[in-house]
Design a protein around this ligand. Structure first.
Ligand SMILES: Nc1ncnc2c1ncn2[C@@H]1O[C@H](COP(=O)(O)OP(=O)(O)OP(=O)(O)O)[C@@H](O)[C@H]1O
Length: 290
C-alpha cells in the first residue's frame, strides 16, 4: 500500500495523516508515504506505483488529489483508497468514507472493493481530464479559478463563501449550451455530476448512485447575481434541486459549449469550454466501507 499525500490539502493534514498511519500500523499494515511536490504530481506517483505492482494506492488529500491519483491508476489493476484530508471532501461524503482518520484507515484495511465509473472531459485544445464526482461550467468554476489558495489553507471552506461573494458582483454570466443527443439547453451554468452531493454534503442530484454509468446534468437557467445568490442560499438547506430554473436530466454523454466559460472538475480549475463528457472506458476499483 502506497499513500500519496498532498501536504497542501485541507487543514491539520499532517496530524490527521499521522493518526491514520498509527491506525493502519495497529492493524498490521506498513504503508509507504509519498509526498506530492506540485499539482499533477499525485498522478505521476500513482501511475509509477501501479506500474511497479502496488496493490492499493491511497489518495490522502481532497477531491483534487483523489482525481489525480485515479487518473494515474486508470486502466490498471491497482485499487484506489481514500484518506480524506481535503477542504470539502465531497467524494468521501458521497461514498460514506469516514472523515476521522481512524475510520478511514479501517476502510483502507478492511473495506470491500467496488467499481466506480469515472467521467472523462475532453477539452477543445485536446487535453483530457478524469473526474470522479463532478464537472461544473460557469459561475462555480469561476469561483474555483479565482480562489485565494492561501486563504483556503487558513480558513478552509469560508474561503469559498468569500470568493463567491466577490464573484457575484463581477461575473458576467455568459450563456452555456448543453447538448445531449439532439437536445440543446441554454443556461447560465451547469453541473454534471456522478454523485448526489455538491460542495460537501449538500444535495444536488438526489437520484444519483455511485458506480452508475452516465451523468446527472443539472442546469441553472437564470443568470445574474440575485438568482445565483438564491442558489447558494438554498444549497445548505438541501433545497437547490427544487428551485425554479434548476433542472436535472440524465445523459450518457454530452457536450457543453460557450465562449471562454471556465470549467472545474472535482473542485479544481480544469480549462474552458467547449468540453465533451463521457464515461471513462474502464471502471476504477476503489475501497469502500463494508
Ligand atoms: N505540493 C503541492 N503544492 C501545491 N499544490 C499541490 C501540491 N500537491 C498537490 N497540489 C494540488 O492541490 C490541489 C488541491 O488539493 P485537493 O483538492 O486535494 O485539496 P483541497 O482543495 O483542500 O480539498 P477539496 O478538493 O476536498 O476541497 C490539487 O488539485 C493538486 O493538484
Amino acid at each position: 500500500m502506497l499513500i500519496v499525500f498532498n501536504p497542501t490539502a485541507g487543514s491539520r493534514r499532517q496530524r490527521r495523516l499521522d493518526r491514520a498511519l498509527a491506525a493502519l500500523r495497529g492493524r498490521g499494515l506498513r504503508p509507504e508515504v509519498a509526498l506530492t511536490a506540485r499539482p499533477g504530481h499525485a498522478e505521476e506517483i500513482a501511475r509509477e506505483a501501479a506500474r511497479a505492482g502496488a496493490g492499493t494506492v491511497v489518495a490522502a488529500g481532497g477531491d483534487g488529489t483523489i482525481a489525480e491519483v485515479a487518473s494515474g491508476l486508470a486502466g490498471g489493476e491497482a485499487v484506489l483508497g481514500i484518506l480524506p484530508l481535503g477542504t470539502a471532501n465531497v467524494l468521501a461524503w458521497e461514498l460514506g468514507i469516514p472523515l476521522p482518520p481512524e475510520g478511514a484507515a479501517a476502510v483502507l484495511a478492511e473495506g470491500r472493493i467496488a467499481a466506480l465509473r469515472p467521467g472523462i472531459a475532453r477539452f477543445g485544445d485536446g487535453r483530457t481530464r478524469l473526474f470522479l464526482q463532478m464537472l461544473g461550467a460557469g459561475f462555480d468554476a469561476e469561483v474555483v479559478a479565482r480562489l485565494d489558495l492561501g486563504l483556503k489553507r487558513r480558513i478552509g471552506r469560508g474561503a469559498y463563501v468569500w470568493q463567491t461573494a466577490r464573484e457575484l458582483s463581477r461575473y458576467a454570466f455568459p450563456p452555456v449550451t448543453v447538448r445531449i443527443g439532439g437536445e440543446a439547453v441554454t443556461a447560465a451554468g451547469v453541473v454534471v455530476t456522478k454523485g448526489r452531493f455538491y460542495a460537501g454534503r449538500y444535495m444536488l442530484a438526489p437520484g444519483a448512485l455511485p458506480g452508475e454509468a452516465g451523468f446527472h446534468v443539472v442546469t441553472f437557467r437564470r443568470p445574474g447575481a440575485l438568482a445565483t445568490a438564491l442558489y447558494g442560499a438554498a444549497l445548505p438547506l438541501d433545497l437547490l434541486p427544487r428551485l425554479p430554473g434548476v433542472e436535472a436530466r440524465r445523459a450518457a454523454a454530452l457536450r457543453i459549449e460557450g465562449g471562454s466559460v471556465p470549467v472545474q472538475t472535482d473542485g479544481d480549475p480544469a480549462g474552458t469550454l467547449p468540453v465533451e463528457i463521457e464515461d471513462a472506458p474502464a471502471p476504477l476499483r476503489i475501497l469502500l466501507p463494508r
